[in-house]
Design a protein around this ligand. Structure first.
Ligand SMILES: *Cc1c(COP(=O)(O)O)cnc(C)c1O
Length: 398
C-alpha cells in the first residue's frame, strides 16, 4: 500500500473505489492506469533481477505471474474487500477452481450447498471426486443440516449467497463460525452481492471469491475473477495460479478497474431498480411468485437485512402459463437482452432451463426447487419507469 493509500483508511466505499491504488501518478505522469500490454519485463543487471525473483525487491518479471495493471486491480479489490491480500484470475471459474484445487487434497472433505453457481457445482460433482476429494452438498436453506455435516469434519466450507437463480440466502456469520469451530477454511462466493452490498471478510470469511465478469466490471465487456482474504491462503492460491496459468490479461484488468470506479453508484441503482421491479411483479396478476431477498415474503429476508447493505440487482419470478408463457414473454421485452449473463448496466433476462441449468434434467431442477417457468432477471441501471413499462407490456401479451 502506498503512503497516500493509507489516507483512504477512513474513507467511504465510493471514495475507495475511485482512488484506491491510484493515488500516485503512473508512468510519465499518466493519471489513469496504463495498460501494460507486454509479456515480460527487462532488467539492467542480474543482481536486481535476482532480488525481484526472490521478492526482496518490488518489480515484475513475467506477466503470467504479476503485471502492473493487474496489480492496481488487485489492490483496489483488496481495499474494497477489507482483505489482507488479493489475487486475480482470467475468469470467475478460474478463481473458484484454483482456490478449491489449492486447498483440497485427496482424502479430504469439502462441505457446500446444492445451489452453488452451475460451474462450481460441476467442480464439486464431476472434477473433485476424480481426485478423491469427498464432496458433501447440503440443502441450501437447511442451516442445521449444513452445520451437522461441518461437524463431521472437513477442510473447506464453501458458501454462496444470494444464490442463483432462486436467490436463497444463508446466514454467513453463523455458518462461518461453525466452520471455524471445526477447523475448516470458510470461502464465500460474493459475486451477486459485491463488496458494496455484503462484506464476507467482516463476517468472518477466510476467503471471498468473485466472478469480476458480473457486477464488478459491470459492462459485460471483460471477464475476470478475484480471490481476497487471509495472506497465507491467498499466497498459496496465487502460487497455484502462476504455475497453471489462469492469469487475467492487462486489457481486461483495465476495463475492470474502470468498472470498479462506478461500483457504488451502479449498485445503489441496481438495488433500487430490482426492489421496485420485484414489488411491481409481486402485484401483477400474471405473476405467480417473485424471488428477491428484499421482499418481506422472502424466506430469509431477516438474515438478508442483517448481513446485506442492499439486496442486489438479480431477481427471479415465475409466470402463469408455465414454460410456454415464459418463452413467449422474453422476446416481447424491448429493453432486456436474452443472454447468459448478469450484473451489467443493461437489463438481462434468461431461463435457467436453457442457461444456468441447461445441463440438469427436469427432475434435478425440481429437486433444486427451480420451476420450469422461472425467469431470471438481472435488473440494469436504466430508468425504472421504462423497465416496469416494458415488463408490463410484455406480460400483457400472454
Ligand atoms: C458467473 C459466475 C461465476 C463464474 O464466473 P465466470 O467469470 O463466468 O467464470 C461464479 N459464480 C457466480 C455466482 C457467477 O454468477
Amino acid at each position: 500500500m502506498s503512503k497516500k493509500d493509507s489516507n483512504l483508511k477512513n474513507c467511504s466505499f465510493g471514495t475507495k473505489s475511485v482512488w484506491a491504488a491510484e493515488t500516485e501518478l503512473f508512468y510519465e505522469g499518466a493519471t489513469q492506469v496504463p495498460i501494460v500490454q507486454n509479456a515480460t519485463f527487462g532488467f539492467k543487471d542480474v543482481d536486481t533481477w535476482y532480488d525481484v525473483a526472490l521478492e526482496k525487491k518490488e518489480g515484475h518479471i513475467y506477466s503470467r505471474n504479476t503485471n502492473p495493471t493487474l496489480h492496481v486491480f488487485e489492490e483496489k479489490m483488496r481495499i474494497l474487500d477489507g482483505a489482507e491480500a488479493t489475487t486475480s484470475f482470467a475468469t470467475g471459474m478460474a478463481a473458484i477452481s484454483n482456490t478449491l484445487f489449492t486447498l483440497l487434497s485427496p482424502g479430504q472433505r469439502v462441505v457446500s450447498v446444492k445451489d452453488t453457481y452451475g460451474g462450481t457445482s460441476k467442480i464439486f460433482m464431476e472434477f473433485l471426486p476424480r481426485f478423491n476429494v469427498n464432496v458433501q452438498l447440503c440443502d441450501t436453506t437447511d442451516h442445521e443440516a449444513i452445520e451437522n455435516e461441518i461437524k463431521k469434519g472437513c477442510q473447506v466450507v464453501y458458501l454462496e449467497t444470494p444464490t442463483n437463480p432462486t436467490l436463497k440466502v444463508m446466514d454467513l456469520k453463523r455458518l462461518i463460525r461453525t466452520a471455524h469451530d471445526n477447523g475448516a477454511v470458510a470461502i464465500v462466493d460474493n459475486t451477486f452481492a459485491t463488496p458494496y452490498n455484503q462484506m464476507p471478510i467482516e463476517l468472518g470469511a477466510d476467503l471471498v471469491v468473485y466472478s469480476a465478469t458480473k457486477f464488478l466490471g459491470g459492462h459485460a465487456d471483460a471477464m475476470g475473477g478475484v480471490v481476497s482474504g487471509k495472506k497465507d491462503l491467498v499466497k498459496q492460491i496465487y502460487h497455484f495460479r502462476e504455475i497453471n496459468g489462469a492469469t487475467l490479461d492487462p486489457m481486461s484488468a483495465f476495463l475492470l478497474i474502470r468498472g470498479l470506479k462506478t461500483l457504488e453508484i451502479r449498485m445503489q441503482r441496481h438495488n433500487e431498480n430490482a426492489l421496485k421491479l420485484a414489488h411491481f411483479l409481486q402485484g401483477h396478476p400474471k405473476v405467480e411468485q417473485v424471488y428477491y431477498p428484499g421482499l418481506e415474503s422472502h424466506h430469509n429476508h431477516e438474515i438478508a437485512k442483517k448481513q446485506m447493505h442492499g439486496f442486489g440487482g438479480v431477481m427471479s419470478f415465475t409466470v402463469r402459463g408455465g414454460y410456454e408463457a415464459a418463452v413467449k414473454i422474453l422476446p416481447k421485452l424491448k429493453f432486456a437482452r436474452m443472454a447468459a449473463h448478469l450484473g451489467s448496466v443493461d437489463t438481462i433476462v434468461g431461463l435457467p432451463k436453457v442457461a444456468s441449468h441447461v445441463e440438469t434434467t427436469p427432475e434435478e431442477r425440481k429437486l433444486l426447487g427451480i420451476p420450469e417457468n422461472l425467469i431470471r432477471c438481472s435488473v440494469g441501471i436504466e430508468n425504472i419507469k421504462d423497465i416496469i413499462a416494458d415488463f408490463n407490456q410484455a406480460l400483457s401479451k400472454i
